[in-house]
Write a protein that binds this ligand. Structure first.
Ligand code: ASP
Length: 337
């Protein structure tokens, strides 16, 4: 039996056209080019249906409401389709793929995010291979998770990050090998299909608009300037530290600030500014203080995954202490325990 793919166009460069204000997404233009792709008519190509969002967005405007909309769309077509391709702008694709990886609980079908650096209707568009190959991966029985397919690589969504603003190989997953590569043939690595099979039925956990923050430390940072945002309203902060979790010493005011946050119940997750490697609180004296104030070790999670995980855990109604305990646990293959 032919597989059926649900293709969801949310916006992004792949279907954009030039306007006086720069590139903007255009639904009809996208559908017109799509119709002309000969690959879609090959006899062994999967069947597909197309859902075009309204409004179409540059992914800079995609956040909780749109993640929930993508989640609801997938849930509504879950039993009718074998796999899903989400066409999305590249700028925040890693955030959305991370968010959906948590939101789609007990997922046992492929959900492949892709897009393009050059619009489909322009010469040299990378969108054509990205779209066609993403659809082929979405028809695969070996993938049961949220992925990003881009530039010949199938990556775990919540391990991915946009690494280049102008190269066609725009995404990397620095702490994990690709799930597959697309050369002459589609070659899966042992990482594909390595996640445990779900034991419960598929379920959608919608996200709430949880007040969260991301704070990148830098040499000379004046933490007192951030004091006004560290109120009890702030539920969680992803702290992008140096190296293995190091921060400027106490005299710069970070630790008193974070202790205040902690006293308010704000969960602090420590990630690294290094794309590759992991946080290990306490390795250096410069990270000991974070350990002492009860910050959660983000291990080798990307900032995108850490942020999505905070949204997810708080949306499930967990108390800050439970959220903190769940941060270092691997829920969707997003970190190495
Ligand atoms: N600004 C665009 C977006 O993220 C970039 C892209 O799609 O590549 O929607």
């Amino acid at each position: 039996m032919k597989k059926k793919i649900c293709l969801i166009y949310t916006g992004g460069t792949i279907g954009m056209v030039k306007s006086e204000a720069g590139y903007v997404p255009a639904g009809q233009a996208f559908l017109n080019v799509l119709e002309q792709l000969p690959e879609l008519y090959f006899p062994d190509f999967p069947d597909y249906e197309v859902i075009v969002f309204d409004p179409l967005l540059d992914s800079s405007d995609i956040a909780v409401d749109e993640w929930n909309k993508i989640g609801r769309t997938i849930a509504a077509r879950y039993h009718a389709c074998d796999g899903f391709v989400v066409l999305h702008g590249t700028d925040t694709m890693a955030y959305s793929a991370s968010a959906l990886s948590f939101m789609l609980e007990n997922l046992d079908k492929p959900v492949i995010f892709t897009g393009a650096q050059i619009p489909l209707y322009e010469p040299r568009s990378d969108g054509r291979d990205n779209l066609i190959t993403a659809m082929m991966f979405a028809a695969s029985e070996r993938i049961r998770e949220v992925c990003i397919y881009f530039g010949g690589q199938l990556l775990r969504g919540n391990r991915s990050t946009k690494a280049s603003s102008d190269q066609l190989l725009a995404f990397t997953s620095p702490n994990m090998v690709p799930l597959a590569t697309a050369g002459i043939s589609l070659q899966y690595t042992p990482a594909a299909g390595a996640l445990p099979l779900p034991r419960e039925p598929f379920r959608l956990q919608l996200f709430d608009k949880i007040p969260l923050g991301v704070l990148k430390v830098f040499p000379g940072i004046q933490f007192e300037l951030f004091e006004s945002i560290m109120t009890d309203k702030l539920k969680g902060v992803v702290l992008e530290s140096f190296g293995t979790g190091n921060v400027p010493s106490a005299r710069t005011g970070l630790l008193p600030l974070l202790s205040k946050a902690y006293a308010h119940g704000t969960v602090v997750v420590v990630c690294s500014q290094c794309a590759e490697g992991r946080v290990n609180l306490g390795t250096y004296a410069a990270s000991q203080g974070l350990k002492e104030i009860g910050a959660a070790d983000g291990a080798d999670m990307t900032t995108e995954a850490a942020l999505a995980k905070l949204y997810y855990l708080f949306s499930k109604g967990l108390e800050p202490e439970e959220v903190k305990k769940s941060i270092p646990r691997c829920l969707r293959g997003e970190l190495t325990e």
